[in-house]
Design a binder for this molecule. Structure first.
Ligand SMILES: NC(=O)c1ccc[n+]([C@@H]2O[C@H](COP(=O)([O-])OP(=O)(O)OC[C@H]3O[C@@H](n4cnc5c(N)ncnc54)[C@H](OP(=O)(O)O)[C@@H]3O)[C@@H](O)[C@H]2O)c1
Length: 306
C-alpha cells in the first residue's frame, strides 16, 4: 500500500485530512510540529520543518509515496510579526520538500491560499496574476513559485476552509459557533467575500486529486462565494443559534492588525472539469459540519490533544 505523509497533522486541515485518509484505510503518517498528537488512528511524529536544510534527509529516510504538505505559518498576524520565519516555513520549507519529493519520486500536493490575490476583482482563475497584500500571502506565493520550479509535477492547491480543530478555536466556523452558543455578540464582515469548503469535503477532494494525479495549480474552493457575515448567519441557522448576535460591519471599519484582501471569490471551473463533478456548495458544507458535530467528531478531535 502507498505511504501517505501529511505534514501539519496537528493543524485544522492536516488533522482532518489525516483522519479522513486513515478512515478510508490509507497508510497515513502525520507530522506535527510543536503539538504532540495522542490516540490518533494514524502514525504520528513530531518533525520540525523550520530548518529547511534538514528536510531532504527526513524525506529520503521516510520515503513516502504521496505527500500533502499542510504545515505552514498560517496565522496571518503572526507571519506579519515574524517575516523571516514566514519565509522559512512558507517558502523555503516547501521548496526543500518539493526537491526532495522529486528526488525520491513521491507525488506532492502543496497547500496554498486564496490570499495570493489582492481581492480587488474576485472570480479569480488559476491563470490570473497574484498580488499578495501581506507578509503571509507574499511568503505563500513565494512557496508556490519555488515548488513549481523545483518540482513541475507537483500540485499546488489553493484553498480556504472551515471545520472542527484540535484546539476547538482555529476556524471561522468555530469562532461563530463558540461565541453564538455562549450568547456572545460578534462582528461579521459584510464586504469580505470568500469561498470556503468544509474541511471534510476539502480532504476528500485532495485525496481525489492525488488519485487522479493532477498537477499544476488548482483552485479548491466552494463554487459560490459569500461574505463572512453571511457565513455566520448561515451557520447560526444551521445550528439553531441566534443570528441577531452577529453585527454586520465593514472590514474597513474594523481594526484588523494586518491588511487583507476583500473579494476572494474564486473560479473553480478548472478543478470541476478535471474531477468531472461539482464541488460541494455552502449548504452541503454547513450540513456536513453539523452532521460531523452530531456524530462526535468535534469531541474526538479535542481528545487528540496531548
Ligand atoms: N485556515 C484556512 O482557512 C486557510 C486558508 C488558506 C490557506 N490555508 C493554508 O492551509 C494550510 C493548513 O492551514 P491550517 O489552517 O490547517 O493551519 P494551522 O491550523 O495553523 O496548522 C498549522 C500546522 O503547521 C504546523 N507547523 C507550523 N510550524 C511548524 C514547524 N516549524 N515544523 C513543523 N510543523 C509546523 C503546525 O504544527 P504545530 O502546531 O504542531 O507546531 C500545524 O500542524 C496552510 O498551508 C495554510 O497556509 C489555510
Amino acid at each position: 500500500m502507498k505511504k501517505l505523509l501529511v505534514t501539519g497533522a496537528s493543524g485544522l486541515l492536516g488533522l482532518n485530512l489525516a483522519l479522513k485518509a486513515a478512515n478510508l484505510s490509507w497508510d497515513v503518517t502525520g507530522w506535527s510540529g510543536r503539538r504532540a498528537l495522542a490516540r490518533v488512528p494514524f502514525s504520528a511524529e513530531q518533525v520540525d520543518l523550520a530548518n529547511p536544510e534538514d528536510i531532504p534527509a527526513r524525506i529520503s529516510m521516510f520515503a513516502p509515496d504521496l505527500v500533502i504538505h499542510c504545515a505552514a505559518l498560517a496565522d496571518i498576524d503572526q507571519a506579519e510579526q515574524h517575516p523571516a520565519l514566514a519565509e522559512r516555513l512558507n517558502a523555503q520549507a516547501p521548496e526543500a520538500l518539493a526537491f526532495a519529493a522529486r528526488k525520491t519520486g513521491a507525488q506532492l500536493i502543496h497547500i496554498s491560499t486564496d490570499a495570493v490575490f489582492d481581492g480587488t476583482r474576485g472570480d479569480y482563475r488559476e491563470t490570473d496574476t497574484p498580488n499578495p497584500l501581506n507578509i503571509y500571502a507574499k511568503s505563500k506565493l513565494a512557496g508556490e513559485r519555488a515548488v513549481a520550479e523545483a518540482n513541475p509535477d507537483a500540485t499546488i492547491a489553493r484553498v480556504v476552509f472551515y471545520g472542527w480543530s484540535l484546539t476547538g478555536s482555529r476556524s471561522l466556523a468555530e469562532f461563530f459557533y463558540n461565541n453564538l452558543s455562549a450568547g456572545k455578540p460578534v462582528n461579521g464582515f459584510t464586504d469580505m467575500f470568500f469561498s470556503p469548503l468544509y474541511v471534510g469535503h476539502l480532504a476528500e477532494t485532495l485525496l481525489d486529486m492525488l488519485q487522479k494525479r493532477l498537477s499544476g495549480i488548482y483552485h479548491v474552493f466552494a463554487p459560490v462565494s459569500l461574505s463572512k457575515y453571511e457565513f455566520g448567519v448561515r451557520l447560526a441557522r444551521e445550528f439553531d443559534l441566534d443570528a441577531n448576535l452577529i453585527r454586520p460591519i465593514s472590514a474597513l471599519d474594523s481594526d484588523l492588525p494586518t491588511r487583507r484582501s476583500l473579494n476572494l471569490s474564486m473560479n473553480t471551473e478548472k478543478l470541476q472539469a478535471a474531477l468531472g463533478k461539482p464541488l460541494p456548495n455552502q449548504t452541503e458544507g454547513l450540513r456536513a459540519l453539523h452532521a460531523d458535530f452530531d456524530s462526535g467528531l468535534r469531541r474526538k478531535l479535542l481528545s487528540f490533544h496531548h
